[in-house]
Design a binder for this molecule. Structure first.
Ligand code: PLP
Length: 402
């Protein structure tokens, strides 16, 4: 019994979710990674190097900004934004990538590979690979390559090679499969930098730890400014890394509502959404047991969202457990609501945030008016919105060149 329990913990379980569902060819390398991570996460030199990089290269701590104008306009709770959009490369992704590539260096790797959907994680990986002198190859679905040609060129400028993945639907889930296969065939010099809190253990735990600086900072900054904890923390959820980063240090504070916003696309009753926790079922995919959008035979559904970063058919196992235990709430936000929030935030606060992040902003717009002015909502702005301007213009039927 005791040893079974230990084995489960070792395999990175979150309740019934998580684990390591991987081909035998990867088992040895995953064990090495678990051991290396467990060693270096407590190593003072590693911790100092990572902290220095976060401060001096990525621009941490990010600001916690009191949006007074928006708070007044909604006439309810005080709204604070955690400004991950101000990080180098424009999103929270850099936190995780700096951690993983620094770890890969310690493991004497010389090459990193990564999957990317919209290209945000690919760009962050290519950036840090350039900084640390690593070879870098990015796997990206052929459909996404066409949709995000600017990010493809950006990765090439940074010295990365971009592989077009033509299997399946040619999108993010297929890019994960391709990167996983590449890793299994070449582990000696290569680390696979997974971009969210997903995949086999140790990734959901390790990526969570690298993103937890978000909630550690929020807690310090908010207590310093107001002497209080927030009443609610709101974040968008794709795989779930910015959300778990924003939630983590509040999980034990039972009075803090934790709210994840999924992409409801054109509506959860259509075939065009990515609302995994609202409409998904338990399954095993991409090396983990979690909740997925899938048919009765376990075939993974095609998913859709206006925001490429939320367009994933699964969710990290820790979120699946937080949902099962009712510790966190998960809500769906449609394209229409997210676009309206994108425009509202720009005009109200002068911030053009990522369309992903605007799923969280849209929910803040719904709940703030139901709260009173002594209550506090912290909303995580996971990224900046420059990349989305052309898509928003198209959504509104504007004729622009892009
Ligand atoms: C990638 C991305 C997301 C979604 O990923 P999570 O792992 O769910 O955080 C959200 N916002 C931005 C800006 C992104 O680039």
């Amino acid at each position: 019994m005791q040893s079974n329990l230990k084995k489960e913990q070792k395999a990175g379980r979150f309740g019934e979710f998580g684990g390591q569902y991987i081909p035998e060819t990867l088992m040895h390398e995953i064990d090495r990674l678990v051991n290396a991570y467990n060693y270096y996460k407590n190593d003072p030199t590693f911790k100092k190097e990572l902290t220095d990089l976060l401060h001096k290269y990525a621009n941490r701590p990010s600001l916690l900004y009191h949006a007074q104008k928006m708070s007044n306009d909604l006439a309810g709770a005080q709204i604070y934004f955690k400004r991950e959009d101000l990080n180098h490369t424009g999103s929270h992704k850099i936190n995780n990538v700096l951690g993983q590539i620094l770890l890969a260096k310690k493991m004497k790797k010389t090459r990193v590979i990564a999957e990317t959907g919209a290209g945000q994680h690919g760009v962050a990986t290519a950036t840090v690979a350039a900084l640390m002198g690593m070879e870098c190859e990015i796997f990206m679905g052929e459909v996404d390559i066409k949709r995000q040609s600017l990010n493809v060129y950006r990765m090439q400028l940074l010295g990365a090679k971009v592989h077009s993945v033509t299997t399946g639907t040619g999108t993010l889930k297929d890019a994960v499969n391709a990167a996983m296969q590449e890793w299994a065939s070449r582990t000696a010099d290569t680390h696979y930098v997974i971009g969210s809190v997903m995949g086999p253990h140790p990734f959901p735990t390790m990526v969570r730890d690298f993103q937890a600086c978000i909630s550690a900072e929020i807690k310090n900054q908010l207590i310093k400014e107001t002497g209080k904890l927030p009443d609610a923390v709101v974040a968008c959820v794709g795989g779930g890394s910015n959300a778990i980063g924003a939630f983590y240090h509040f999980i034990k504070d039972k009075n803090v509502r934790l709210i994840g916003c999924e992409a409801a696309g054109k509506g959860v009753d259509t075939q065009k959404h990515a609302a995994t926790l609202e409409r998904g079922t338990t399954g095993i995919f991409h090396g983990m047991k979690s909740i997925f959008l899938q048919n009765d035979d376990g075939q993974i559904d095609e998913v859709y969202s206006i925001s490429a970063g939320l367009d994933y058919p699964g969710i990290g196992p820790e979120h699946a457990e937080l949902a099962a235990k009712n510790r966190a709430e998960y809500v769906g936000i449609t394209d229409d609501e997210a676009v309206a929030a994108f425009e509202y935030l720009a005009r109200e606060e002068g911030i053009i945030a990522a369309i992903e992040s605007c799923h969280a902003v849209a929910y803040v717009k719904k709940i703030a008016p139901q709260m009173n002015s002594s209550q506090i909502i912290v909303c995580n702005l996971s990224g900046r919105g420059d990349k989305d301007v052309a898509a928003i213009a198209r959504y509104r039927g504007e004729k622009i060149y892009d």
